[in-house]
Design a protein around this ligand. Sequence first.
Ligand SMILES: Cc1cc2nc3c(=O)[nH]c(=O)nc-3n(C[C@H](O)[C@H](O)[C@H](O)COP(=O)(O)OP(=O)(O)OC[C@H]3O[C@@H](n4cnc5c(N)ncnc54)[C@H](O)[C@@H]3O)c2cc1C
Length: 445
Amino acid sequence: MSARTPVRVAVIGAGLAGAAFALRLAQRASDAAQITLIERSAWPRAKVCGCCLNEGAVQCLEQLGFGEWCRDAGVVVDRVLLCSATGRATIAKRPGLAILRSDLDEMLVSEAVSLGVRFEPRTSAAIVEDYDWGGNRGGMKAGARGARDGDRSPRSLRLRTQAGDRVIDADVVVAADGLGGASCGADPAFAERVDADGRFGVGCVIDAAAVEPARMPGDGEIAMYVAPHAYVGLVRLRDGRVNLAAAVDVAWARDLGGPAAAVGQTLRIAGGPVISPEALQLRGTSRLTRSRRRVASRGVLLLGDSAGYVEPFTGEGMAWALAGAMQLAELVGSAIGAGERGKLWRDELGIAWQNWHQSHIRSRQRSCALIKPLLRSPLVTRASVWSLAHVPLVSPTVSRLARHLERPYFEANETIAHHAGARSPDNSRSNDDARLVTPATRVTT
Ligand SMILES: Cc1cc2nc3c(=O)[nH]c(=O)nc-3n(C[C@H](O)[C@H](O)[C@H](O)COP(=O)(O)OP(=O)(O)OC[C@H]3O[C@@H](n4cnc5c(N)ncnc54)[C@H](O)[C@@H]3O)c2cc1C
């Protein structure tokens, strides 16, 4: 590959997944890649999140060079206090860290920028869908295209800012635009399945003075309050404030008059603290549980929540986003080593990512999804909390199960060939091949 023509990698969304990917790729291949990180919001931006990084997520941040920063900015959390109408129980967990999301995301982006990543906040990106995979692009005005005639870039993005629209080309696009990300919405390859009775998320950061002192979450504790139609998580941050995140039934919140009422009611039912209503300045998300059959197609790779998500009770989302970002940067980095501008995309890259995502992320999401029906049954919730509190073997067993979810995400030296190698794809075939990936063809590492 010529050093004069770095390949163009466009990353949509500067959340944890997009920022970590851009940073990792810049660390790995900064001279060979021209990386653009596009973010819709003004920066930094608030994010609905429980803010609890599990051990796997912390390990990824350490590999990115943020170990010390995380230890300074975070609070160690090593147990979950589970509360329901009938009681409370404490479950030990592997130590993780609670860190304010906006601080974490901002830190990753600034480090990426310092390594040469071009960051474009307040810019909304959409993949131009009129691309003809035969090698011609349609739909664009001839004048807009003239200067780039003959350029074989696989994908074009339309960037929308207050100043107007413009189009850029990219050899590979990583869509990390979060829950229900719509940047590739027009591409049927990425059709999304949304759980019709899925909950939505809400969250905010609260001054300690607004939380009933006697029921303030303890140091090192994630307090989870579970009611039949919602659950609320509270954790103390380094600056003494309390982060609140909740998953709430849509219809229930509507009947109660809104998310703040639903959060207050959940805390009341499950014996949580009283929080002054003015402090509940909640932000919301769309429905949480969703999946896509494919996470790679024709020059576009989906990453983080955009590739699929399940309700956040077990607090895995950031680990999925970070581990995925690390792995995808390795895959794209090795493709850059072997490719060149205009010819970077190969079906093997898409298949490798589809395989890895299926075997390392989707499989964990399926395990987490098993908890969903339990949380919706008042009887089961009560029985679980009671047995956790009173039956000696239950709590250690649950801790062991939680540790299973935190098993390592990837081994060193995984390569594209390794992940694509479940089948050896034929370059002449369409990359619709990726849809053939099934559990039977999973690569286990
Ligand atoms: C209530 C709740 C509690 C949670 N608690 C935890 C927890 O305790 N621990 C944990 O590990 N995980 C938790 N999660 C999950 C975690 O927040 C997510 O998995 C994680 O944020 C995913 O990161 P991401 O980068 O994929 O998405 P995001 O962080 O959402 O980033 C996506 C970014 O893309 C931008 N964007 C969207 N569209 C466009 C566009 N068209 N153009 C440009 N930019 C765009 C958005 O503005 C956003 O900044 C929780 C989630 C919820 C909802």
